[in-house]
Design a protein around this ligand. Structure first.
Ligand SMILES: [Zn+2]
Length: 402
């Protein structure tokens, strides 16, 4: 291990640069192959849904993983230039390097797939806006990590005598920062999405009634421009004063009753306090991580036996990673089901809800049905599964028009 590290530190700069370029190129080649395969599906089926389904599968299971896998060696290759700086340098390294690398990879991949994507989906979004979206998504992930890293490293610098107290501070810092970050989201989102208050007054009145029916204070309603990128969606952010966002592409293409059904679903998330519960789910995972880490250390100190490094890492990380990935996704899907149930409970007709979901799927060019294994890796159940659940709860049978 040390030998490899020495080699990386001392390798000639030309080799270093070549390796970095190679890692970037691997990502580009993968996107080329994806483009070819997606086009093939599109030509064979003439279905935008099938082509987009293929693209999502590749994006989620190959391209995203390839990016994560290639970023690790890139970090190692450039770490040399940051070693001389103190803490702040290291934190900049943790954010800036992934940001620059991921921008180069993602913008390049966008340029490769863009024409094909636009042709299949008929979108018209400008390249500039798409790049801006990539940058803001990356920053939204990397900046919180950097801020948590910075605050944690300052907490580390405090001279605390008690080991237990030190452990508690180490766990409490990221958790507190996560809550604080969540509190900033309602202010960040309108700017990020370029959202404006919902314009249609009749619709606003209709939607406001949903909050009254749910026995809740009404949330602010926004619309955000997505016609150029053809995104039909609604979402809710904010733990304390929540805001509900509806994409104008959906508003333009859906009946008011369908918009009502989709917003009732978001109200269901609020009524069940789903956002807070998601955060608590993650906090519980972090607490587990710190407690197991603490126990492992305690075991070593009290028995004098050293736990094998790899075994220790496995005990510490495997359950945590499963809990935070597949477990969290399963928890999300359970909440989606609950939110759909709430829509029916509040008096929306099952037929309206089902037609709204189908419209959402059609506008986004989604296939209604997913493979069972694929379904496990999604935040939302497939449309087919959601419709099945709605039919089961309501006893209503939807006549699918083919
Ligand atoms: Zn939902």
């Amino acid at each position: 291990m040390d030998k490899i590290f020495d080699f990386i530190i001392n390798m000639p700069n030309r080799l270093r640069l070549t390796l970095i370029l190679l890692l970037i190129t691997i990502n580009y080649i993968a996107e080329f192959l994806v483009k070819r395969s997606v086009l093939k599906v599109y030509r064979r089926t003439e279905s935008a849904e099938e082509a987009m389904h293929k693209l999502r599968i590749y994006n989620q299971y190959i391209l995203a993983i390839l990016q994560i896998v290639t970023i690790v060696p890139v970090q190692f290759l450039v770490v040399k230039y940051f070693m001389r700086y103190a803490k702040i340098g290291r934190i900049i390294f943790m954010i800036l390097v992934p940001f620059v690398f991921l921008m180069i990879v993602n913008v390049g991949q966008l340029l490769i797939i863009n024409k094909t994507y636009k042709r299949i989906r008929g979108t018209t979004e400008s390249l500039f806006n798409q790049i801006r979206d990539i940058a803001s998504t990356l920053l939204l992930i990397l900046v919180p990590i950097g801020v948590i890293g910075t605050v944690s490293s300052f907490a580390d610098g405090l001279d605390i005598k008690s080991e237990a107290l030190e452990g508690i501070i180490a766990a409490a810092t990221p958790i507190t920062m996560m809550f604080l970050f969540n509190l900033t989201l309602p202010f960040l989102y309108p700017k990020l999405l370029k959202a404006v208050p919902l314009g249609d007054e009749n619709l606003r009145e209709l939607l406001d009634q949903l909050f009254a029916k749910a026995g809740m204070k009404r949330a602010q309603l926004y619309q955000w421009p997505t016609k150029a990128k053809k995104v039909a969606n609604a979402l809710v952010v904010g733990l304390i004063k929540p805001k509900v966002f509806i994409s104008d592409y959906f508003l333009e293409n859906a009946e008011p009753s369908q918009v009502e059904a989709i917003i009732a679903h978001e109200v269901g998330h609020l009524k069940h306090k789903h956002l807070l519960k998601r955060l608590l789910y993650i906090v519980a995972g972090l607490c587990e991580l710190f407690i197991v880490g603490y126990l492992l250390e305690w075991y070593e100190n009290h028995t004098g036996q050293e736990i094998n490094l790899y075994l220790g890492i496995a005990i510490l990380l495997v359950p945590f990673l499963l809990y935070i990935s597949l477990g969290l996704l399963q928890y999300y899907r359970k909440q989606e089901k609950q939110a759909d149930e709430f829509v029916l409970k509040i008096g929306v007709h099952p037929e309206v809800l089902i037609s709204a979901l189908l419209k959402l799927g059609r506008l986004n060019h989604m296939v209604p049905k997913l493979k069972k294994l694929d379904e496990r890796f999604q935040t939302h159940p497939s449309m087919a599964r959601r419709i099945e659940q709605i039919e089961k709860i309501s006893g209503f049978k939807y006549e699918l028009e083919l």
